[in-house]
Design a protein around this ligand. Structure first.
Ligand code: HEC
Length: 430
């Protein structure tokens, strides 16, 4: 190609000049920090992935002095700034540093063991099938088996195809039937798209169950699969969490599929938490309840049958484009959150601690975050969060949290993919 012939209008944005003009005053002329933190670093507080970094530049960061540049810089200029920031990093920006072997917390010294790294890419959910055995879902659409401290690299395949064109979908959470030992049923949430190669194709989350037989998934049954009429385009925010309650009902979440307002429409499936019988049957007293996380204003809600959690009519969040989603943070008929986080933590998994090995955390809620890469412990009293402790931050996205049959706390991490076991080695007085 003849460079001299290229039209002037198509010139690449001069990222260094843009940086010096708009950013250097706070972050330092060579990204070394000044009024604000350095931008060459490993501890990205507000997300290290390209989407988060760009979104922080575009909209600013609520609660800090970081201004938003929407309207001031073009999309190309912001993309060029992200590229410049990435190109100047001295460490691989995508890969978080591993946790140290020991983490001090208020009540416990935690021993950290990495049980598997190479075998895992983007693990999503873990379920224990025996005293020292578990199944792990991988977003690419297969399961792996954990046994006695290691993950078997041999894949369990044969699940229905998942949509991988969007970075947020795939094979998501898994759950075991309450009678799994007898009937073998494993439940899974998958992102279904009408065209798995098209990022903007229509689709919707599906819930399936099947059985694992050696390294094959068999007997697939669809428990939640709606007509294409309910499919939504530009699919993101699939939801995909599964949970059985004590009465044997299966709960699952369907995200807002990038169409927030549908969450308030009881006739639309998105932005809801559903409850079904394990065979897919619908309980007579079937409830409706909506929730989701915008940019800022992630909420922890106490789920009560049929209640409305407000999204997006009532929220603390602003849209990813910076506009205020709602000026209302509470309203009649809408459940207020138990706790609210701004900027949004990108709340991922949660797990109540009931392990005798963590007696002092009994009844506390562990909360993992994706883009902020945080593990938090919430003390809860009478349905309110009374205290929060940040246990650690910056060691990868926290995708799942599970108490093992051995009483240890197991974490699935992304970027890099890992299975981590936390045990208490000592304790400080309360
Ligand atoms: C008025 C000061 C100011 C200016 C100007 C500014 N920032 Fe920031 N920026 C901040 C502050 C404050 C934070 C919050 C963290 C901190 O204290 O450094 C932040 C955070 C960030 C983060 C998130 C860092 C993380 O740890 O996740 C990124 C990325 C960022 N800024 C990029 C930019 C870019 C690119 C520009 C120029 C287009 C810019 N900033 C201009 C003050 C500023």
């Amino acid at each position: 190609m003849l460079l001299a012939a290229a039209p002037v209008a198509a010139a690449e944005p001069d990222a260094r000049a843009l940086y010096r003009l708009h950013c250097g005053g706070c972050h330092g002329q060579v990204l070394e920090g000044g009024l604000a933190e350095p931008l060459i670093k490993s501890d990205w507080r507000f997300g290290r992935d390209g989407f988060s970094v760009e979104s922080n530049i575009r909209h600013g960061i609520p609660g800090t002095d970081m201004p938003g540049y929407v309207g001031e810089l073009s999309d190309e200029e912001m993309a060029a700034l992200v590229e410049l920031i990435y190109s100047l990093q001295t460490e691989a920006v995508w890969i978080a540093k591993p946790l140290p072997p020991v983490v001090e917390t208020e009540h416990y010294t935690l021993r950290v063991e990495y049980l598997a790294t190479d075998e895992l890419e983007n693990p999503w959910g873990i379920e224990f099938t025996g005293p020292s055995e578990a199944l792990i879902s991988e977003d690419a659409g297969y399961l792996l088996r954990y046994r006695d401290g290691t993950v078997d690299p041999e894949r369990i395949t044969g699940l229905p195809a998942v949509d991988l064109a969007t970075s947020t979908g795939g094979l998501m959470d898994i759950a075991l039937d309450p009678d799994h030992a007898e009937n073998g049923w494993v439940y899974a949430a998958i992102s279904h798209s009408e065209d798995p190669d098209d990022r903007y194709a229509r689709g919707l989350t599906r819930i399936i169950r099947g059985r694992v037989d050696g390294n094959r998934w068999r007997d697939t049954e669809y428990l939640f699969r709606l007509d294409p009429g309910y499919h939504l385009p530009d699919s993101k925010h699939w939801g995909g969490r599964l949970l059985f309650d004590r009465d044997g009902f299966l709960y699952f979440s369907i995200g807002d599929m990038s169409a927030a307002m549908n969450s308030q429409d009881p006739a639309m499936p998105s932005g809801k938490v559903f409850r079904i019988r394990p065979d897919g049957g619908i309980p007579d007293d079937n409830p409706f309840a909506g929730e989701d996380g915008p940019r800022g204003g992630d909420e922890l809600n106490l789920l009560v049958k049929g209640r409305n959690y407000g999204w997006p009519v009532v929220t603390f969040g602003v849209n990813y484009d910076g506009s205020v989603i709602s000026d209302r943070t509470h309203a009649d008929g809408i459940e207020p959150p138990v706790v609210e986080w701004t900027p949004a933590l990108a709340v991922g998994p949660i797990e109540f601690v009931a392990s005798p090995a963590f007696e002092r955390w009994r009844g506390d809620l562990l909360v993992g975050s994706l883009s902020f890469e945080e593990l938090r412990r919430l003390e809860i009293d009478g349905g309110r969060v009374t205290r929060q402790e940040l246990l650690f931050k910056g060691h990868g996205r926290i995708r799942d949290i599970r108490t093992g049959p051995d009483g240890a706390i197991y974490l699935l991490l992304n970027n890099p993919g890992a299975l981590v076991r936390l045990t208490a080695v000592g304790s400080a007085a309360r």
